[in-house]
Design a protein. Structure first.
Length: 397
Protein backbone atom coordinates (compact mmCIF):
# COMPACT_ATOMS: atom_id res chain seq x y z
CA UNK A 1 0.00 0.00 0.00
CA UNK A 2 1.20 3.51 -0.86
CA UNK A 3 0.07 6.23 1.57
CA UNK A 4 -1.02 9.72 0.60
CA UNK A 5 2.47 11.17 0.82
CA UNK A 6 3.67 8.74 -1.86
CA UNK A 7 5.94 6.70 0.45
CA UNK A 8 5.18 3.01 0.67
CA UNK A 9 4.84 1.38 4.07
CA UNK A 10 7.70 -0.76 5.27
CA UNK A 11 7.83 -4.35 4.15
CA UNK A 12 7.05 -5.60 7.65
CA UNK A 13 4.07 -3.25 8.03
CA UNK A 14 2.65 -4.38 4.68
CA UNK A 15 3.16 -8.00 5.70
CA UNK A 16 1.29 -7.34 8.92
CA UNK A 17 -1.67 -5.78 7.08
CA UNK A 18 -1.74 -8.76 4.70
CA UNK A 19 -1.71 -11.11 7.69
CA UNK A 20 -4.74 -9.33 9.14
CA UNK A 21 -6.61 -9.69 5.83
CA UNK A 22 -5.84 -13.40 5.63
CA UNK A 23 -6.71 -13.92 9.29
CA UNK A 24 -10.05 -12.15 8.91
CA UNK A 25 -11.21 -14.46 6.10
CA UNK A 26 -10.07 -17.60 7.88
CA UNK A 27 -11.74 -16.59 11.14
CA UNK A 28 -15.04 -16.36 9.26
CA UNK A 29 -14.41 -19.81 7.76
CA UNK A 30 -13.76 -21.21 11.25
CA UNK A 31 -17.08 -19.83 12.48
CA UNK A 32 -18.98 -21.37 9.57
CA UNK A 33 -17.20 -24.72 9.95
CA UNK A 34 -18.26 -24.85 13.60
CA UNK A 35 -21.86 -24.03 12.71
CA UNK A 36 -22.20 -26.40 9.73
CA UNK A 37 -20.07 -29.37 10.76
CA UNK A 38 -20.02 -29.27 14.56
CA UNK A 39 -23.37 -27.66 15.34
CA UNK A 40 -21.67 -24.97 17.45
CA UNK A 41 -22.86 -21.39 17.07
CA UNK A 42 -19.49 -19.63 17.20
CA UNK A 43 -19.01 -19.39 20.98
CA UNK A 44 -15.77 -17.43 20.56
CA UNK A 45 -17.23 -14.83 18.15
CA UNK A 46 -14.61 -15.76 15.55
CA UNK A 47 -16.84 -14.81 12.63
CA UNK A 48 -17.70 -11.43 14.12
CA UNK A 49 -14.02 -10.85 14.87
CA UNK A 50 -13.14 -11.56 11.25
CA UNK A 51 -15.78 -9.12 9.97
CA UNK A 52 -14.70 -6.44 12.46
CA UNK A 53 -11.08 -6.81 11.31
CA UNK A 54 -12.21 -6.43 7.69
CA UNK A 55 -14.15 -3.24 8.43
CA UNK A 56 -11.35 -1.67 10.47
CA UNK A 57 -8.84 -2.45 7.72
CA UNK A 58 -11.22 -1.22 5.05
CA UNK A 59 -11.73 2.14 6.78
CA UNK A 60 -7.98 2.54 7.29
CA UNK A 61 -7.06 1.70 3.69
CA UNK A 62 -9.92 3.55 1.99
CA UNK A 63 -9.02 6.72 3.89
CA UNK A 64 -5.53 6.36 2.40
CA UNK A 65 -7.12 5.91 -1.03
CA UNK A 66 -9.27 9.04 -0.67
CA UNK A 67 -6.26 11.08 0.44
CA UNK A 68 -4.32 9.78 -2.56
CA UNK A 69 -7.12 10.87 -4.88
CA UNK A 70 -6.77 14.42 -3.56
CA UNK A 71 -3.42 14.60 -5.36
CA UNK A 72 -5.15 14.02 -8.70
CA UNK A 73 -7.07 16.52 -10.85
CA UNK A 74 -10.86 16.63 -10.85
CA UNK A 75 -13.09 14.81 -11.39
CA UNK A 76 -11.99 12.59 -8.52
CA UNK A 77 -15.20 10.99 -7.25
CA UNK A 78 -15.90 9.05 -10.48
CA UNK A 79 -12.42 7.52 -10.43
CA UNK A 80 -12.64 6.70 -6.74
CA UNK A 81 -16.04 5.02 -7.17
CA UNK A 82 -14.90 3.19 -10.31
CA UNK A 83 -11.96 1.72 -8.39
CA UNK A 84 -14.19 0.70 -5.48
CA UNK A 85 -16.84 -0.86 -7.71
CA UNK A 86 -14.16 -2.74 -9.63
CA UNK A 87 -12.59 -4.01 -6.40
CA UNK A 88 -15.91 -5.25 -5.02
CA UNK A 89 -17.65 -6.48 -8.17
CA UNK A 90 -14.85 -8.09 -10.22
CA UNK A 91 -14.94 -11.33 -8.19
CA UNK A 92 -18.40 -10.72 -6.68
CA UNK A 93 -20.37 -10.94 -9.94
CA UNK A 94 -18.91 -14.28 -11.13
CA UNK A 95 -19.18 -15.63 -7.58
CA UNK A 96 -22.85 -14.66 -7.47
CA UNK A 97 -23.55 -16.31 -10.84
CA UNK A 98 -21.72 -19.48 -9.78
CA UNK A 99 -23.50 -19.60 -6.42
CA UNK A 100 -26.90 -19.13 -8.06
CA UNK A 101 -26.19 -22.03 -10.44
CA UNK A 102 -24.96 -24.27 -7.62
CA UNK A 103 -28.02 -23.48 -5.52
CA UNK A 104 -30.24 -24.41 -8.46
CA UNK A 105 -28.46 -27.69 -9.20
CA UNK A 106 -26.47 -29.11 -6.29
CA UNK A 107 -27.44 -27.44 -3.01
CA UNK A 108 -30.66 -28.79 -1.55
CA UNK A 109 -30.78 -27.18 1.88
CA UNK A 110 -32.16 -23.79 2.85
CA UNK A 111 -29.86 -21.33 4.56
CA UNK A 112 -32.25 -18.41 4.62
CA UNK A 113 -32.63 -16.02 7.52
CA UNK A 114 -36.19 -15.37 6.38
CA UNK A 115 -37.52 -13.54 3.36
CA UNK A 116 -36.68 -14.22 -0.27
CA UNK A 117 -33.28 -15.86 -0.69
CA UNK A 118 -33.44 -17.57 -4.08
CA UNK A 119 -34.83 -16.83 -7.52
CA UNK A 120 -34.59 -14.02 -10.03
CA UNK A 121 -35.62 -11.24 -7.62
CA UNK A 122 -32.97 -12.27 -5.10
CA UNK A 123 -30.34 -12.57 -7.83
CA UNK A 124 -31.07 -9.06 -9.10
CA UNK A 125 -31.19 -7.69 -5.55
CA UNK A 126 -27.82 -9.24 -4.74
CA UNK A 127 -26.44 -8.03 -8.07
CA UNK A 128 -27.40 -4.46 -7.13
CA UNK A 129 -26.13 -5.00 -3.56
CA UNK A 130 -29.57 -4.40 -2.06
CA UNK A 131 -29.65 -7.52 0.11
CA UNK A 132 -30.75 -6.67 3.67
CA UNK A 133 -30.90 -2.99 2.69
CA UNK A 134 -31.64 -0.50 5.45
CA UNK A 135 -35.11 0.14 4.00
CA UNK A 136 -36.07 -3.52 4.48
CA UNK A 137 -34.69 -3.57 8.00
CA UNK A 138 -36.32 -0.27 8.89
CA UNK A 139 -39.71 -1.53 7.69
CA UNK A 140 -39.24 -4.70 9.74
CA UNK A 141 -38.38 -2.57 12.78
CA UNK A 142 -41.64 -0.69 12.20
CA UNK A 143 -43.55 -3.99 12.15
CA UNK A 144 -43.89 -4.14 8.37
CA UNK A 145 -42.15 -7.23 7.03
CA UNK A 146 -42.54 -8.06 3.34
CA UNK A 147 -42.28 -11.71 2.23
CA UNK A 148 -40.18 -10.58 -0.75
CA UNK A 149 -37.53 -8.95 1.43
CA UNK A 150 -34.23 -9.61 -0.35
CA UNK A 151 -31.64 -11.61 1.58
CA UNK A 152 -28.22 -12.96 0.64
CA UNK A 153 -28.49 -15.67 -2.03
CA UNK A 154 -29.02 -18.78 0.13
CA UNK A 155 -25.54 -20.28 0.67
CA UNK A 156 -23.90 -16.87 0.03
CA UNK A 157 -24.61 -15.78 3.60
CA UNK A 158 -21.46 -13.58 3.88
CA UNK A 159 -22.76 -11.32 1.11
CA UNK A 160 -24.68 -9.19 3.62
CA UNK A 161 -21.46 -7.43 4.66
CA UNK A 162 -20.36 -6.81 1.06
CA UNK A 163 -23.42 -4.66 0.44
CA UNK A 164 -22.77 -2.63 3.59
CA UNK A 165 -19.15 -2.13 2.59
CA UNK A 166 -20.03 -0.91 -0.91
CA UNK A 167 -22.62 1.63 0.25
CA UNK A 168 -20.25 2.92 2.93
CA UNK A 169 -17.73 3.56 0.13
CA UNK A 170 -20.33 5.50 -1.84
CA UNK A 171 -21.48 7.49 1.20
CA UNK A 172 -17.97 8.42 2.24
CA UNK A 173 -16.94 9.25 -1.32
CA UNK A 174 -19.88 11.65 -1.62
CA UNK A 175 -19.07 13.17 1.77
CA UNK A 176 -15.35 13.49 1.13
CA UNK A 177 -15.33 14.74 -2.46
CA UNK A 178 -18.71 16.45 -2.89
CA UNK A 179 -19.45 17.86 0.55
CA UNK A 180 -15.94 18.62 1.82
CA UNK A 181 -14.14 19.31 -1.48
CA UNK A 182 -17.17 20.75 -3.32
CA UNK A 183 -16.73 18.57 -6.37
CA UNK A 184 -19.70 18.79 -8.73
CA UNK A 185 -21.50 15.79 -10.16
CA UNK A 186 -24.81 15.18 -11.90
CA UNK A 187 -27.41 16.27 -9.38
CA UNK A 188 -30.04 13.62 -10.00
CA UNK A 189 -27.64 10.71 -10.10
CA UNK A 190 -25.93 12.11 -7.01
CA UNK A 191 -29.23 12.31 -5.15
CA UNK A 192 -30.10 8.75 -6.23
CA UNK A 193 -26.77 7.53 -4.80
CA UNK A 194 -27.44 9.43 -1.60
CA UNK A 195 -30.93 7.92 -1.32
CA UNK A 196 -29.55 4.37 -1.59
CA UNK A 197 -26.21 4.69 0.22
CA UNK A 198 -26.71 7.05 3.15
CA UNK A 199 -29.54 5.02 4.82
CA UNK A 200 -27.16 2.04 4.87
CA UNK A 201 -24.45 4.14 6.54
CA UNK A 202 -26.86 5.50 9.15
CA UNK A 203 -28.72 2.26 9.86
CA UNK A 204 -25.52 0.27 10.32
CA UNK A 205 -24.22 2.85 12.77
CA UNK A 206 -26.99 1.86 15.16
CA UNK A 207 -28.46 -1.47 14.08
CA UNK A 208 -28.12 -3.97 11.25
CA UNK A 209 -26.45 -7.35 11.41
CA UNK A 210 -23.31 -5.96 13.04
CA UNK A 211 -25.06 -3.32 15.17
CA UNK A 212 -22.31 -0.73 14.58
CA UNK A 213 -20.38 -1.70 11.44
CA UNK A 214 -20.48 1.83 10.00
CA UNK A 215 -18.91 3.18 13.18
CA UNK A 216 -16.32 0.39 13.20
CA UNK A 217 -15.43 1.33 9.61
CA UNK A 218 -15.16 4.98 10.64
CA UNK A 219 -12.79 4.01 13.47
CA UNK A 220 -10.47 2.55 10.85
CA UNK A 221 -10.88 5.66 8.65
CA UNK A 222 -10.08 8.04 11.50
CA UNK A 223 -7.01 5.97 12.33
CA UNK A 224 -5.97 6.13 8.68
CA UNK A 225 -6.16 9.91 8.78
CA UNK A 226 -4.20 10.04 12.06
CA UNK A 227 -1.48 7.94 10.45
CA UNK A 228 -1.43 10.43 7.57
CA UNK A 229 -0.87 13.31 10.01
CA UNK A 230 1.66 11.29 11.97
CA UNK A 231 3.58 10.49 8.81
CA UNK A 232 3.67 14.19 7.89
CA UNK A 233 5.49 14.83 11.18
CA UNK A 234 8.07 12.14 10.50
CA UNK A 235 6.55 9.60 12.90
CA UNK A 236 7.78 11.56 15.92
CA UNK A 237 7.92 9.40 19.08
CA UNK A 238 6.19 6.58 17.23
CA UNK A 239 7.65 3.71 19.28
CA UNK A 240 6.89 5.16 22.70
CA UNK A 241 3.36 6.26 21.77
CA UNK A 242 2.53 2.99 20.00
CA UNK A 243 3.87 0.90 22.88
CA UNK A 244 1.81 2.82 25.44
CA UNK A 245 -1.37 2.70 23.33
CA UNK A 246 -1.02 -1.01 22.59
CA UNK A 247 -0.26 -2.01 26.18
CA UNK A 248 -3.16 0.06 27.53
CA UNK A 249 -5.57 -1.38 24.95
CA UNK A 250 -4.58 -5.00 25.59
CA UNK A 251 -5.17 -4.62 29.32
CA UNK A 252 -8.46 -2.79 28.78
CA UNK A 253 -9.69 -5.34 26.22
CA UNK A 254 -8.94 -8.25 28.55
CA UNK A 255 -10.87 -6.47 31.28
CA UNK A 256 -13.75 -5.66 28.94
CA UNK A 257 -13.98 -9.27 27.72
CA UNK A 258 -13.85 -10.55 31.28
CA UNK A 259 -16.65 -8.21 32.31
CA UNK A 260 -19.15 -8.54 29.44
CA UNK A 261 -17.66 -11.24 27.20
CA UNK A 262 -15.80 -10.80 23.93
CA UNK A 263 -18.16 -9.01 21.52
CA UNK A 264 -16.27 -7.68 18.47
CA UNK A 265 -19.31 -5.73 17.18
CA UNK A 266 -19.57 -3.84 20.48
CA UNK A 267 -18.20 -0.38 19.72
CA UNK A 268 -16.09 -0.14 22.88
CA UNK A 269 -14.56 -3.54 22.13
CA UNK A 270 -13.98 -2.55 18.50
CA UNK A 271 -12.26 0.66 19.63
CA UNK A 272 -9.85 -1.28 21.82
CA UNK A 273 -9.26 -3.78 18.99
CA UNK A 274 -8.47 -0.88 16.65
CA UNK A 275 -6.00 0.58 19.13
CA UNK A 276 -4.23 -2.78 19.38
CA UNK A 277 -4.26 -3.49 15.62
CA UNK A 278 -2.96 -0.12 14.58
CA UNK A 279 -0.70 0.26 17.60
CA UNK A 280 1.14 -2.85 16.44
CA UNK A 281 1.17 -1.43 12.91
CA UNK A 282 2.79 1.76 14.21
CA UNK A 283 5.48 -0.32 15.92
CA UNK A 284 6.18 -2.25 12.72
CA UNK A 285 6.36 0.78 10.42
CA UNK A 286 10.00 1.32 11.29
CA UNK A 287 10.89 -2.34 10.59
CA UNK A 288 11.95 -2.25 6.97
CA UNK A 289 12.47 -5.94 6.19
CA UNK A 290 10.33 -9.03 6.67
CA UNK A 291 11.66 -12.60 6.32
CA UNK A 292 11.13 -13.59 2.70
CA UNK A 293 9.32 -16.84 3.54
CA UNK A 294 6.94 -15.02 5.89
CA UNK A 295 6.38 -12.21 3.42
CA UNK A 296 5.70 -14.57 0.51
CA UNK A 297 3.34 -16.92 2.35
CA UNK A 298 1.33 -14.11 3.97
CA UNK A 299 1.08 -12.19 0.69
CA UNK A 300 -0.19 -15.33 -1.03
CA UNK A 301 -2.87 -16.02 1.60
CA UNK A 302 -3.98 -12.39 1.58
CA UNK A 303 -4.15 -12.16 -2.22
CA UNK A 304 -7.31 -14.27 -2.50
CA UNK A 305 -8.82 -13.51 0.92
CA UNK A 306 -11.75 -11.57 -0.56
CA UNK A 307 -12.56 -14.39 -2.99
CA UNK A 308 -12.31 -16.79 -0.07
CA UNK A 309 -14.77 -14.70 1.90
CA UNK A 310 -17.22 -14.71 -1.02
CA UNK A 311 -17.15 -18.39 -1.95
CA UNK A 312 -16.19 -20.36 1.17
CA UNK A 313 -19.64 -20.88 2.69
CA UNK A 314 -21.04 -22.31 -0.53
CA UNK A 315 -18.11 -24.73 -0.83
CA UNK A 316 -18.49 -25.80 2.81
CA UNK A 317 -22.17 -26.55 2.21
CA UNK A 318 -21.45 -28.47 -1.00
CA UNK A 319 -18.93 -30.70 0.75
CA UNK A 320 -21.31 -31.16 3.69
CA UNK A 321 -24.09 -32.35 1.39
CA UNK A 322 -22.13 -34.48 -1.07
CA UNK A 323 -18.94 -35.77 0.62
CA UNK A 324 -19.40 -38.44 3.27
CA UNK A 325 -16.51 -39.95 5.23
CA UNK A 326 -16.34 -41.77 8.55
CA UNK A 327 -14.68 -38.82 10.27
CA UNK A 328 -16.17 -35.36 10.73
CA UNK A 329 -12.68 -33.91 10.89
CA UNK A 330 -11.76 -35.46 7.54
CA UNK A 331 -14.84 -33.78 6.10
CA UNK A 332 -13.79 -30.51 7.66
CA UNK A 333 -10.30 -30.80 6.21
CA UNK A 334 -11.68 -31.57 2.73
CA UNK A 335 -14.11 -28.66 2.95
CA UNK A 336 -11.51 -26.12 4.10
CA UNK A 337 -8.97 -27.18 1.47
CA UNK A 338 -11.67 -27.12 -1.22
CA UNK A 339 -12.78 -23.64 -0.12
CA UNK A 340 -9.22 -22.31 -0.40
CA UNK A 341 -8.71 -24.02 -3.74
CA UNK A 342 -11.94 -22.66 -5.26
CA UNK A 343 -11.21 -19.20 -3.88
CA UNK A 344 -7.75 -19.18 -5.42
CA UNK A 345 -9.21 -20.18 -8.79
CA UNK A 346 -11.75 -17.35 -8.48
CA UNK A 347 -8.88 -15.00 -7.70
CA UNK A 348 -6.85 -16.15 -10.70
CA UNK A 349 -9.79 -15.96 -13.08
CA UNK A 350 -11.32 -12.69 -11.90
CA UNK A 351 -10.24 -10.90 -8.72
CA UNK A 352 -6.64 -10.20 -9.69
CA UNK A 353 -7.86 -8.29 -12.78
CA UNK A 354 -9.82 -5.68 -10.82
CA UNK A 355 -7.37 -2.88 -11.73
CA UNK A 356 -8.00 -3.51 -15.43
CA UNK A 357 -11.73 -3.37 -14.76
CA UNK A 358 -11.25 -0.15 -12.81
CA UNK A 359 -9.38 1.50 -15.68
CA UNK A 360 -12.21 0.52 -18.03
CA UNK A 361 -14.89 1.83 -15.65
CA UNK A 362 -13.32 5.23 -14.95
CA UNK A 363 -14.22 7.03 -18.21
CA UNK A 364 -17.70 5.52 -18.07
CA UNK A 365 -18.21 6.76 -14.52
CA UNK A 366 -16.83 10.18 -15.46
CA UNK A 367 -19.37 10.49 -18.27
CA UNK A 368 -22.25 9.25 -16.10
CA UNK A 369 -21.45 11.50 -13.12
CA UNK A 370 -20.49 14.62 -15.07
CA UNK A 371 -22.80 17.56 -14.23
CA UNK A 372 -25.03 18.74 -17.01
CA UNK A 373 -24.32 22.24 -18.31
CA UNK A 374 -27.38 23.69 -16.56
CA UNK A 375 -26.16 22.24 -13.25
CA UNK A 376 -22.51 23.22 -13.55
CA UNK A 377 -22.77 25.73 -10.70
CA UNK A 378 -24.61 23.43 -8.31
CA UNK A 379 -22.65 20.89 -6.24
CA UNK A 380 -24.72 17.89 -5.22
CA UNK A 381 -23.76 18.59 -1.61
CA UNK A 382 -25.82 21.77 -1.76
CA UNK A 383 -28.92 19.71 -2.36
CA UNK A 384 -28.20 17.80 0.84
CA UNK A 385 -27.41 20.80 3.01
CA UNK A 386 -29.69 23.49 1.71
CA UNK A 387 -32.46 21.38 0.17
CA UNK A 388 -33.77 21.02 -3.32
CA UNK A 389 -35.50 24.42 -3.29
CA UNK A 390 -32.24 26.26 -2.69
CA UNK A 391 -30.54 24.21 -5.38
CA UNK A 392 -33.29 25.06 -7.84
CA UNK A 393 -32.96 28.79 -7.16
CA UNK A 394 -29.20 28.58 -7.67
CA UNK A 395 -29.80 26.86 -10.99
CA UNK A 396 -32.19 29.60 -12.07
CA UNK A 397 -29.57 32.26 -11.31
Amino acid sequence: MKPADGHAMSEMASTYLDALRAAGANLVIAAHVMALYLGIRDPYSLGNLGVAIFFLLSGFLIMQSMLNWLNKPEPRLPGFLADRVARIMTPYLPALILIAILNLTLIHTNHSQGGTNTGVLTFLGNLLLLQDHAVFQGLEFAGIDFPWRIRSYNSAEPFWTVAIEMWIYVSMGLFFFCLLKRERIDRWLGLALVAVAVPVLIWNAAAGGGKSLSLIWLLGAITGYLFHLWRANGYANIRSVATAVTAFSVIALVGRAGKVGFQPFDLQTALLMAMIMFGVLALLISVQRAPSLLRGSVKFLASYSYSLYLIHNTVLILVLEHVKTESTWVNVAIAVVAAHGCAYLLYLAFERHYRVVGRWLRPNFERALAPRASESTVPVAADLVAGSATAASQQER
